[in-house]
Design a protein. Structure first.
Ligand code: ADP
Ligand code: GLC
Length: 493
């Protein structure tokens, strides 16, 4: 089975969130199970500088407003996975972020930048870009890669089938309809049954309508996005796809996130040797200038600071949380108002609240190892990885029961405690008081070392690796490929 993964982010080259972690780890897990996996990335500066042994596969010439476009084949640093890179200096070689400029404004040519990504993926799928390798499946991630599904669908002879993975339905890639002519798509697709979404042109819809199969990153989110509450206006489209939408829960890279081997933390530990976790907690308090308080419930937040993540609830519940003996250590970047509010909270509560505006991977590991609990009070959460990093590090998650958070954290209810399945604390209402009550339960639970210790052991023992999810993706690829071959009248080898 040959599979091409198409995305913008991949750890450690480009990362703004969990997408990068998934695109780094899932392909490797698939390769370990025998699949022939390659990546396709736009040639952003960190990609051009980070990949190894790049050579030109084809000179594409000028397209999508760029005069010089080439397709390169290289290897990922570390994993050595083969990676195609689109070298289009005019579109990709610039400072700022992958989607936005340094001021946080979307790049004005994002439509061309990501249409090119989908278009090149479609030409790899049709075996025209690289005569030596063509995929059976193209798995496109998020709206940035979604156009690939429409281009493949519009080119009937393409043998490859498409899978579109939604990591976040809220980011949709909407552009003015006046840009339509630049896509090179038939005008009959300028309709609600095609790519039109409330008068705009939607890359998200290219994936949702035209992929052979749509996956999301947790089974619960797959159900939720078929509802008005979580569907971001696309719930009807998703319901229309019926059984062609399903959820496969993300895994985590259990080598990279392993307290027994983690080079970034003060002392290594595992479920049998928890003294190291205590040492990490003390080291973290010292590093952050938090009071050396053994009784505090030390909660971390490692997150993009956006409304999705519900962190305004943490700010509003802070007085009650502090009264319950909480210490808070935050790392993240995002909306200026949230950044400012967290900075003010830090100033108001020295020794109890510490905030880093920015993102540093090693510090994320130290926070994960040193904290007692991790808060993820999201309004919606397609999967969420940080609560799983928390489970692995014995840092119990305090989460809102939505999306993948509900699929990965088992509440410390009396029944679950008795059954020995509890791994964290969940709440339902997106209100400061519901969060504060949940944090209060966690603080209470930590006062019972037997109860806390049992939960820690269950959490740290949870199977979180990519092996299971990768097997599910491979089974799905097999089905999707067979269905496409049947439609085209081919036999599947
Ligand atoms: P999301 O992808 O919605 O941000 P996840 O929980 O799936 O949420 O993944 C978050 C990942 O991104 C984690 O590896 C986390 O350490 C990292 N991360 C959190 N905040 C930032 C940030 N501001 N910039 C870059 N990476 C971040
Ligand atoms: C998105 C989602 C997050 C998910 C990640 C990786 O960024 O917001 O919930 O874990 O993608 O799939």
């Amino acid at each position: 089975m040959k599979v091409l993964h198409v995305a913008v982010e991949v750890f450690p080259l480009i990362k703004t969130g969990g997408l990068a972690d998934v695109v780094a780890a899932l392909p490797v897990a698939l390769a370990e199970q025998g699949a022939d996996i390659r990546l396709l990335l736009p040639g952003l500066p960190a990609v051009m500088d980070g990949v190894q042994g790049a050579r030109t596969i084809i000179d594409i010439g000028s397209c999508f407003g760029a005069m010089r476009v080439r397709l390169l084949l290289a290897r990922m640093p570390g994993t050595k996975l083969p990676v195609y890179v689109i070298d289009a200096p005019y579109l990709y070689r610039r400072g700022g972020g992958p989607y936005q400029d340094a001021e946080g404004e979307p790049w004005p040519d994002n439509m061309q930048r990501f249409a090119l990504l989908g278009w090149v993926a479609a030409h790899l799928a049709s075996a025209e870009a690289d005569p030596l390798w063509a995929p059976d499946i193209v798995n496109a991630h998020d709206w940035h890669a979604a156009m690939c599904c429409a281009y493949v669908a519009e080119h009937a002879p393409t043998p490859a089938a498409t899978v579109y993975t939604v990591h976040n339905l809220a980011f949709q890639g909407l552009f003015p309809m006046t840009d339509w002519s630049q896509l090179g798509m038939a005008s009959r697709l300028m309709s609600p049954a095609g790519l039109e979404f409330h008068g705009q042109l939607s890359f998200m819809k290219a994936g949702l309508q035209f992929a052979d199969h749509v996956t999301t990153v947790s089974p619960n989110y797959a159900r939720e996005i078929g509802t008005h509450e979580f569907g971001c206006g696309l719930d009807g489209v998703l319901r229309g796809r019926g059984g062609s939408v399903s959820g496969i829960l993300n895994g985590i890279d259990t080598d990279l996130w392993d307290p027994a081997t983690d080079p970034a933390i003060a002392q290594r530990y595992d479920a049998e040797r928890l003294a190291g976790k205590q040492a990490c907690r003390k080291a973290l308090q010292a590093e952050l200038g938090l009071q050396d308080d053994d009784d505090a419930l030390l909660i971390t937040v490692v997150s993009r600071l956006t409304s999705q993540k519900g962190l305004d609830l943490v700010l509003a519940a802070l007085p009650e949380m502090l009264a319950a003996g909480v210490q808070l250590a935050v790392q993240g970047t995002g909306e200026p108002a949230l950044e400012a509010a967290f900075r003010m909270a830090e100033q108001a509560h020295p020794g109890r609240v510490q905030v880093f505006i920015g993102y540093d991977e090693a510090r994320a590991h130290r926070l994960m190892a040193g904290a007692d609990a991790i808060a993820v009070p999201s309004r919606f959460e397609p999967c969420g990885l940080t609560q799983m990093y928390g489970l692995r590090y014995g840092t119990l998650p305090i989460v809102r029961r939505v999306g993948g958070l509900a699929d990965t954290v088992t509440d410390a209810s009396e029944a679950n405690l008795a059954a020995g399945t509890a791994t964290g604390f969940t709440f339902d209402a997106a209100t400061p008081s519901a969060l504060a009550r949940c944090v209060g339960r966690a603080a209470q639970s930590r006062k019972s070392p037997a109860q806390w210790g049992a939960m820690l052991a269950t959490a740290m023992g949870r199977e979180l690796s990519w092996a299971g999810p990768a097997a599910q993706y491979l089974a799905l690829y097999g089905e999707v490929r067979a269905a496409r071959a049947a439609r085209l009248g081919h036999a599947v080898a």
